[in-house]
Structure formats: structure tokens, C-alpha cells
Ligand binder design. Structure first.
Ligand code: DC
Length: 236
């Protein structure tokens, strides 16, 4: 691991931490645990793309209709709120946290995320959320595009079989998709997300890459915490 990164501008000693990687690499579980351990805010940026996908679906806006998507983005409000039931995502005050986790919305989110109007709209929103620092941002382009100056960057990966298996275990009680369907959808999304022109999924050059194929969540979080500690020490 590389510990020589120089940190120049932490607000109140807090950082922006970015965690990028493909679907099923374990980003969500790890990001939530890391933010809890650090007492940081957690921002799931994939949920924002899913929120726009759901709104587009409800209003019959096709993912290729840029003018329609732009109107949609300018007319909706997406907001995270903390509740006794954990963090929830609101679309115009309506709780959509569970509605955005369907296979249909996963594929639609991947499609709308390739459109410039959608990315520009969310870029602004995400940067506003990062202003106060003390946050873990999970996504695909957090370290490369949204927060290129983030003090701490991780890229979390795992083998495709392991990622598909994890995703299948996660959703098997909620959908009728077989393991094979889940794996096929994941391959399609991987291809869309990493070959699109705008902000494709890739590791930032200065990110620490962790392959979680054979690691538990705890092990990954420990590795991240020890990297963060080392960065803090070298910058004292
Ligand atoms: O992380 P997720 O599976 O919930 O993300 C849903 C889709 O949103 C994913 O297919 C790619 C897109 N996405 C993106 O393009 N950029 C991000 N920062 C986060 C997600």
C-alpha cells in the first residue's frame, strides 16, 4: 500500500473518503461499517442514480430522452434522511429506499447513468454533500471525477463469480431471479458501467485497490482503517 499521500486541507481533521468499484464488490456493507467506525456520514451515490431511474420510469421518460431527463432532473428532489429505520432516500418527500432495489431499476439506473444530463446534475448534488467532509462516498466515479482531490481513495473489487453470488444471496428472498440471471445482469451492468464514455468505472490512479474476493467485511474494514491511520501519521 502507498502511504506517502500528502493531505493539505482536512476540515476539522476530517476527510472525504471515496470507495469505488463494480456491483457486488461489497462497497455498501464496507462503506456503512467504515462510516460507523469513523463517525462519518455515508453517501450511497448509486442510490441517487437509482432514484432518477425510478422517477424516469414513473414518468415514462426513456433513458435515451436527454431533454426529458433534463426536465425530470430539474423537477425532482432527491434527499437522504436519517431515521430509526436507518438512512432512507426520499424522492419529493416520498420514501423510495426499497422501490429502487429491483432488477428493473438496476438496469435502468445503469442506462440513465450513461447520460451527460444526469451525470452533470448529480455531480453538483454530490459535491455539495461533500463540502463538510467527514463522509464516505460510495460509487463508480467518486475518486476519478466527483472528488479527484479526496484525501483517501479506495477501489474495491472481487471476482465476478463472488460478486454475483453475494448479490444473489442479498436479493434471493425478494426476487425470483436465479443465480444465473443475477450473474448475467451483473455482466451487462459491468459492461455498461465500465465502457461508457462518461466517467466510466475505473480505479483512480491514487486509489488503494483491495480485492475482497477472499476477505470478510471486517478484514476489508480493518485494512482500510489501517491505511487511514497510516495516512494520518505521515501527515502529522
Ligand atoms: O451502486 P449501484 O449498483 O446502486 O449503482 C446503480 C447504477 O448507477 C450503476 O449501474 C452505475 C451507476 N452509478 C454511476 O454511474 N456512478 C456512481 N457514482 C454510482 C452509480
Amino acid at each position: 500500500m502507498e502511504y506517502s499521500r500528502k493531505i493539505t486541507d482536512p476540515v476539522c481533521g476530517k476527510f472525504v473518503i471515496t470507495i469505488d468499484g463494480p456491483a457486488g464488490a461489497g462497497k455498501t456493507t464496507v462503506s456503512k461499517e467504515l462510516s460507523k467506525r469513523l463517525d462519518y456520514k455515508y453517501v450511497d451515490t448509486g442510490a441517487l442514480y437509482r432514484g432518477i431511474a425510478l422517477a424516469a420510469d414513473l414518468q415514462n421518460v426513456a433513458p435515451e430522452d436527454d431533454a426529458g431527463l433534463e426536465r425530470l432532473c430539474n423537477s425532482i428532489e432527491l434527499k437522504f434522511v436519517s431515521t430509526d429505520n436507518g438512512q432512507r432516500l426520499l424522492l419529493n418527500h416520498s420514501d423510495i429506499t426499497d422501490k429502487i432495489r429491483t432488477p428493473k431499476i438496476s438496469m435502468l439506473a445503469s442506462a440513465v447513468s450513461a447520460r451527460a444530463v444526469v451525470r452533470t446534475h448529480l455531480l453538483d448534488l454530490q459535491r455539495k454533500m461533500g463540502r463538510e467532509k467527514g463522509a464516505v462516498f460510495e460509487g463508480r466515479d467518486m475518486g476519478t471525477v466527483v472528488f479527484p482531490d479526496a484525501e483517501i481513495k479506495f477501489f474495491l473489487d472481487a471476482s465476478q463469480d463472488k460478486r454475483a453470488l453475494r448479490r444473489y444471496e442479498e436479493i434471493k428472498t425478494k426476487t425470483s431471479q436465479s443465480y444465473k440471471d443475477v450473474k448475467q445482469d451483473m455482466q451487462k451492468r459491468d459492461k455498461n458501467d465500465s465502457t461508457r464514455e462518461l466517467a466510466p468505472l475505473k480505479s483512480a490512479e491514487d486509489a488503494v485497490v483491495i480485492d475482497s474476493t477472499d476477505f470478510t467485511v471486517d478484514k476489508v474494514v480493518e485494512l482500510m482503517l489501517s491505511h487511514i491511520e497510516n495516512i494520518k501519521k505521515t501527515n502529522k
